[in-house]
Structures are given as C-alpha cells and as structure tokens.
Design a protein around this ligand. Structure first.
Ligand code: SF4
Length: 498
C-alpha cells in the first residue's frame, strides 16, 4: 500500500502528528494486536485525523462499533488503496471488502516500499486449506489461492535487480502452496533457486505439517542448497493428539515428529522453530505434559509460546475455557523450560559466513544470519551492511551469537547492484517496461505494413508492365493514367486490390 501511495505522489511519514490521514493495518492472529488496532483507530479520530482501516480485523468485522463510518480497505483490495485514501481525504467514506475466492488479492508486481531495502517479503499464496477451530485469520483470508510460479519468479528477479539480497517467502501456510493450481512448493522453490544470485539467500516461511509431508525429501534437498537458509518454521501447537484433533489441525504428533526427524537427518544443522498454544479449552494436565515432553525431546532453538485466547466467532470461543491462572501457569512452565537451555552453547570459536541485513535493537550491532538462519551480531560498521561477512563467534546468549569479522577476509556484496534508498518505490522500473514493449510492437507493425505496401506496389508495377506489352492499348492507357495523374487515388486503388 505504501508503494502505491508513494508512486501516486503522496508523502509517507512515520510521524503521527504530521500525517493528514492514518492508514492503519491490522492483524487478527492475536488479541493484543487487535486491541492495539482498536486503540490506534480511536486515537486517530480523537486527534482529528482521517482514518482508513485495513487488514484482517476490519475485513473480518467491518460492522464493529469503533469502525462505524470509517473507510475500510479489504485484504483483497489493497491495490485500490489510492482510491480509498483520496476519497477519504475528501471527506468520503469508502468500503471495499470484496474480492473473489480465486483471487489472491494483491498483484505481485505492484509498486511497493520495502521496510528494509535489502529484504523482499514475497507472499506466495493467500489463505489456507485448514479450518483450525481457534483461528480467525481464515475468516479474513479464506481458502488457498496461490500466485502462479512465473509471477513469483518474476518478482524475485526484479527484487534482486533492485539490490535485494534476501527473499522471505510468506503465507498462512507455505506448505499448501500450489495445490489449487496444480503445482507444488518444491517445484516453485527450485525455480526460485535458479534466479537467486550466488551469496543471496531465500528463507521459507511458516509451513504447517499436513501438506509438506508429501514433499519432505524434496524440501530437504532444497534446504541444503547454499542459496537457501536451512531453516523451517513448523508450528505444532500441541504435543497431544487429543488437543490437535480438537484444534482440527489435520495431523498428529507422529506426523510432526516425522517432519522434524527427517529434516534433521537430511539437512544437517537445520534450525526448526515451532509454536505452542498453552491452555486450549480441552487441554488436560496430561495433554500439557505431552506438550512439554515433545519440547524436551527436540529442544527447539526458537519456540513461540502463546496463551490460548478465544477469538470471537471461532468454534474454540464457544468451548468452556480453562481458568486464566491455569493457562498462565502452563505457559510459565513451558517458558521456564525454554529458558533452561541455550542452543548456542559451545559455539565460541566457530566460524561462519553471515549475511548482514538489519540493525540490532541495541543500535550497537548489525544483525547477520548464518546458513541456518541463526542470528549473529556483528559490530555496527556501515561497511558490513548488505554483505557476506566471515566471522568468528566470540560470545553467545540465549537468542544469538556475537561474531568478530575475520581480519583476513574482505566482506563481499552478493550482487553488483546497490539496494534502493530507504523509502524508494520498488517496481516502478518494471511498470515502464510494458510501455516500451508496446512502442516496439507498434513500430514492428508499422514496418510490416510499409513492407506490404511496397510489395503490393511492386506487383502493381510488374502487372502494368505485363499488360502494357501484352494487353489492349486502352487498358494500358487507363492504368497508366491512373498512376500518372492520380497518385493518391492510385494508392486507394492499391488498398482495393487487397
Ligand atoms: S492453517 Fe489454521 S491457523 Fe493457519 S491460517 Fe489456516 S486455519 Fe488459520
């Protein structure tokens, strides 16, 4: 949306007071995010700003009291953001909430402003094939609609041509990619690998177990490729089959374990992250113990722990809740376990090549990632940003390692092209291309027509020559007369010959 607005000439700002209009995007995955969105809408109105609501929350419940009278842009309509914003600036209220089920919603070649000019976040599909009982995202995003591989590959190529060094593939479930268009995730990944420049990398996004199980061997082959991070986010949500069934997750604990075990065997060193929901309404103490046991078995380096919260309108919201204190106790126990181990013990002295792409929260370091997408902090030195840097690990903590650049190695930029400036609109160069093509098409057509006209003229002359020698005197005079005295008319007559 930022890209379209910037391309149209609107000025984007992060300063709330400066803005004439607040465009607020929303996420319905967690309740705090929804509360925050509501607070922002109310704050914008109190400050006298025009407000446009976007994203899953407003799509899922446009009739909410706090959205009354506001412009809303649906998740499948964001390519019309300029229209909505401009109408709203004129004092009108516009609501675009439609979109067909077969439409992923947002053309991939839309102009965009990357938050980080070194990283392209590329949606490969919208929606999913599941109906998890706790999920509200499904209400807004609907069923699976995949982007065609050629569009995704074209966007990737364009991104690298604009100096991007890392691509993140995202969606509600990347594992389901392609099931609606007769292709598969591995087929897409191999096509992408072909266009990733050496030294640049691809990170695969969240992948639920059910659909990737059909392609595990092939996914493993992709994940060992040097241009792909050996990293996967596979949310298990619970270690209890009974709870997984009540969540309607479409897999069991053995399925998940098979995914983890096969990937760990076939992709040495792979990082696997997972999610757990603590305190699902039907989760017994024994079920929770099974979840703890699963986490103990795999010691996941990254574990996202969420307390169950009923999302209005979902089947799980109609189930009897566990006491809040019990939900908190379980998430605390799991957090304590997670904090009890460190995935980076014994890494001091190890050497890695890291791709540096971000600034750390402490503002003193940059963040790079090694081949396993493990976080390595390096000194904040501008000459390292966007480059492959050889480092030696000097210290570690629970979530990251700190590396010292190796003196004998020169940091390398993976591509010759520099990134766009922060805030610069991506995709503008691409948009001009069809115009160039159109011009050359017309040029080619004109040349063809001219060549045909010359050809016809030659035939005409030969024809006249023939009849001037073999036909009657009258015929010859008539034809020549036409040519000599009526040039323009003669060309009209030429068209008639056709
Ligand atoms: S896979 Fe489940 S949790 Fe994820 S978006 Fe689909 S329904 Fe929601």
């Amino acid at each position: 949306m930022s890209g379209l607005l910037a391309a149209r000439g609107h000025r984007l700002t992060d300063e709330r007071d400066e803005a004439d209009l607040w465009l607020l995007n929303s996420c319905t995955v967690k309740n705090p995010a929804e509360d925050h969105f509501r607070n922002m809408v109310e704050e914008g109105l109190i400050r006298g700003k025009k407000v446009v609501a976007a994203g899953c929350v407003s799509q899922g419940k446009p009739s909410s009291d706090y959205l009354k009278g506001l412009s809303i842009i649906g998740v499948k309509q964001i390519d019309r953001v300029v229209e909505v914003v401009e109408e709203t600036l004129q004092g009108n209220s516009v609501r675009l909430l439609g979109g067909t089920r077969k439409d992923p919603g947002v053309p991939l070649d839309m102009p965009k402003v990357r938050r980080n000019p070194l990283i392209e976040i590329l949606a490969i599909n919208s929606g999913c094939l599941n109906r998890c009982t706790y999920c509200k995202t499904k209400f807004a995003r609907g069923d699976l609609v995949s982007y065609p591989p050629d569009q995704i590959v074209a966007r990737a190529k364009q991104s690298f041509a604009e100096g991007v060094v890392e691509i993140w593939l995202t969606s509600e479930d990347t594992g389901a990619y392609g099931r609606d268009i007769d292709t598969t995730l591995p087929e897409l990944l191999w096509q992408l690998v072909d266009v990733i420049p050496d030294g640049c990398r691809l990170r695969l996004g969240m992948t639920n177990p059910p659909y990737m199980m059909d392609h595990l061997d092939e996914i493993a082959r992709v994940l060992v490729h040097p241009r792909v991070y050996a990293f996967l986010h596979v949310p298990v949500q619970s270690g209890s089959n009974a709870v997984l069934r009540d969540m309607r997750r479409e897999y069991n604990v053995d399925d998940f374990s098979r995914v983890v075990s096969i990937l760990r065997r076939k992709v040495p060193g792979i990082s696997i992250a997972t999610d757990i929901i603590c305190g699902f309404p039907t989760e017994t103490e024994e079920d929770f113990e099974e979840t703890l046991a699963l986490c103990r078995k795999y010691n996941f380096p990254t574990l996202f722990i969420n307390q169950f919260f009923p999302r209005p309108g979902t089947p799980a919201a109609r189930m009897k809740r566990l006491p809040t204190q019990e939900v908190k106790r379980r998430s605390r126990l799991l957090s304590q376990f997670f904090q009890s181990y460190s995935p980076f013990d014994n890494r001091v002295g190890q050497k890695y090549t890291v791709l540096v792409t971000e600034t750390a929260h402490d503002d003193k370091h940059y963040v790079g990632h090694n081949q396993f997408y493990e976080q390595v902090l390096v000194p904040r030195d501008v000459s390292l940003m966007g480059k492959l840097v050889d480092v030696e690990i000097v210290s570690t903590c629970k979530f990251s390692m700190t590396g010292k650049p190796v003196n004998t190695s020169v940091p390398q930029r993976p591509t010759a092209v520099g990134p766009l400036r922060k805030g610069q609109v991506s995709g503008m160069r691409r948009r001009s291309k069809p115009v160039a093509n159109a011009v050359s098409w017309w040029y080619r057509l004109s040349v063809l027509v001219l060549a045909l006209a010359i050809g016809i003229r030659i035939i005409q002359v030969v024809y006249m020559q023939f009849f001037s020698h073999s036909g009657s005197r009258k015929d010859s005079v008539d034809t020549e007369g036409g040519l000599q005295h009526g040039g323009t008319q003669a060309f009209s007559a030429g068209e008639n010959i056709f």
